[in-house]
Design a protein around this ligand. Structure first.
Ligand SMILES: [Cu+2]
Length: 603
């Protein structure tokens, strides 16, 4: 059993404390200091100073320059001479970008007030004029309305001048409210975590910072959520370190899931190491989608539907949804791999796959991939897919990232053979149609497969020729391929794989020009061997390649070269071997991608 106190300690140790430069002071008078450089506000125009290029110093300099070169934007308030404050503004409000323009207009007065160039009353006078200009132009927005409310609170005497300026400042820049608020709370919470203050002192400080905002009538979803926690403290449901932790997480919702996962992980890890049994509870009134999903699992345990280790595993995966698909894929792969190695039959493979599937469903854990595999199992059970077909369909469904490469490989086997004059147009077309029907028959599809299907349907309608359709299909595939190859080649020079001696790798990304620049189309591109040695080439690309004697400009290539060789079409993962019985220099290239060149020197 994990107590709340120990949970807080766990959380504290995994916690990353965000400390803002902000130093929120609830007394608005204190916001205005004697000189601009040590102002207690961290807002530079519309953004936090930490986000302003060049930060506070640059903002102050830019503001002064802007003011000197374009005093019009400062309306009727002159920093050095207040006597001309009756001058009217030439400023004309616009409606299309009011929420940028309006705060910027107010900012001029706020900034001058903060730099002690004008009094709070003068600032309010200028801001009232800006506000009135918008009201007169009948331009409104949430921000303008919010500022109007603050101005009327000032007129009613609810706010003194300096408080009103600060309230307007935050109202005009709602994007800064949460960061400022979080920063103000963080400062107190951090002191507590460093044991500099007690939990009670921390709660006092939190309330002070919180009510600083509430008293300014400034609010946000986060501020309201913290208000809820403070109400729980006042009602006695939360107290001490617990309450500080609840407020900390409420104020920084982005930290809830990582912290929750970390706390669960600690417990789960102990269980996995057989150090404890599975039983624990959380009661900080902090929630999230993940927390609610785990709550659902706990309800299943309580209802007796899940038990012991099963329940721990279900909660583990629920708390870390990013791990569901990899775990599931890994479990399926184990079974599928055995089938591919002929160690089990397709029926046995399906039994294993079904067991894995039922295992996840039994834990009420699911995902798009798990559901899609479930559909394939149902198709097999209904007799619509045969065992071996079903295994293949499930394999591709469980690893959707492999669908397009497999499809492309299968289609290109036919288009390249046609290009090499090994088969006729009719035969190639027939082969491609079969590939398409094969994937559709396995109820496996993708955008690429659907696009190819559309071209085949157009051909079936009799409106276009076989040549035209084939060209269209090749173009569709090449587009997808170019995108994939481009992303490979943008990865720079691939790392040299650890291969047995006398082995040459054909890396991914060689199907588009570029590999020749740094000479990695074949790796290594030149190799020295001895008479009688056998060299092996491995195609690690998703595209087919060849290893062919000669080069694109040679009169004779492949087997027409004395002691020459030719791999023919090598699909992904295919290997080609050649034994060199005669000493000499052997150039070779790829017939499909002639920029790919390599050589073997035989001594
Ligand atoms: Cu090639």
């Amino acid at each position: 059993m994990m107590t709340k106190a120990s949970l807080v300690i766990v959380m504290a140790t995994i916690m990353v404390v965000g400390v803002f430069g902000t130093n929120f002071v609830s007394d608005a008078d204190a916001l205005k200091s004697k000189n601009g450089a040590s102002r207690n506000t961290d807002i530079c125009g519309l953004v936090l100073c930490s986000d302003y290029p060049g930060q506070k110093e640059a903002f102050d300099a830019n503001w002064s320059n802007g003011f000197l070169s374009n005093p019009r934007t400062v309306t009727n308030v002159d920093a050095n001479d207040h006597s001309d404050s009756h001058n009217t503004s030439k400023f004309v409000p616009s409606s299309h970008n009011a929420d940028q323009e309006f705060p910027a207009q107010l900012d001029v007065f706020i900034h001058k007030f903060e730099l002690d160039k004008i009094s709070a009353d003068e600032a309010l006078e200028g801001m009232t004029e800006v506000y009135d200009a918008y009201v007169k132009a009948r331009i409104t927005s949430d921000i303008i309305d919010g500022v109007g409310e603050k101005l009327s609170l000032y007129k009613k005497g609810t706010f003194d001048a300096a408080t009103a300026v600060e309230a307007i400042h935050l109202t005009a820049e709602p994007q800064n409210v949460d960061p400022e608020y979080q920063g103000a709370l963080d400062e107190v919470i951090h002191k507590f975590e460093l044991d500099k203050i007690s939990a009670d002192e921390a709660l006092e400080g939190i309330k002070e910072a919180h009510y600083g905002f509430v008293d300014l009538y400034v609010t946000s979803e986060i501020i309201e959520a913290v208000e809820g926690k403070i109400a729980l403290i006042d009602s006695g449901k939360l107290s001490g370190a617990e309450a500080v932790e609840a407020i900390h997480l409420t104020a920084e919702p982005q930290n809830v899931d990582p912290e929750y996962q970390g706390a669960l992980d600690e417990v789960i890890h102990k269980f996995e190491l057989d150090k404890i049994s599975a039983d624990e509870g959380l009661d900080l009134y902090v929630t999230s989608e993940i927390i609610e999903a785990v709550e659902g699992k706990i309800a299943l345990i309580d209802s007796g539907k899940l038990s012991g280790a099963e329940a721990v595993e279900a909660i583990h995966l629920t708390a870390e949804p990013q791990n569901v698909d990899p775990e599931y894929q890994g479990a399926l792969d184990e079974v599928i791999h055995k089938f591919e190695l002929d160690k089990i039959s397709a029926d046995e493979g399906l039994d294993g796959i079904t067991e894995v599937y039922d295992g996840f469903v039994g834990l009420t854990i699911t995902s798009d991939i798990i559901e899609d595999v479930g559909e394939k199992i149902a198709l097999y059970n209904s007799g619509k897919l045969e065992a071996a077909d079903a295994v293949e369909a499930i394999h591709l469904t469980a690893e959707p990232q492999n669908v397009d490469p497999e499809f492309i490989n299968a289609v290109e086997e036919h288009t390249y053979q046609l290009e090499l004059d090994d088969i006729s147009l009719n035969k190639a077309f027939e082969g491609i149609t079969e590939v398409y029907d094969g994937f559709v028959g396995l109820t496996i599809t993708s955008e690429l497969i659907e696009d190819v299907g559309t071209q085949l349907a157009v051909y079936d309608s009799g409106r276009v020729s076989m040549e035209f359709t084939l060209e269209e299909i090749k173009e569709i595939i090449e587009k997808v391929e170019r995108a994939a190859q481009k992303s490979y080649s943008e990865g720079g020079i691939p790392e040299m794989k650890e291969l047995p001696p006398n082995t040459v790798d054909i890396p991914a990304g060689t199907g588009v020009p570029g590999c020749e620049v740094d000479d990695w189309c074949y790796m290594p591109s030149s190799l020295t061997a001895h008479v009688g040695d056998t060299i092996t080439w491995i195609n690690s690309d998703t595209l087919p390649h060849t290893v062919t004697s000669g080069n694109a400009d040679a009169d004779a290539v492949g087997l027409d070269v004395p002691n020459g060789f030719d791999s023919g079409f090598m699909s992904a993962d295919d290997r080609f071997e050649h034994t060199f019985d005669v000493a000499g220099l052997y150039d070779y290239y790829c017939q499909l991608h002639p920029w790919m060149q390599g050589s073997v020197t035989v001594e």
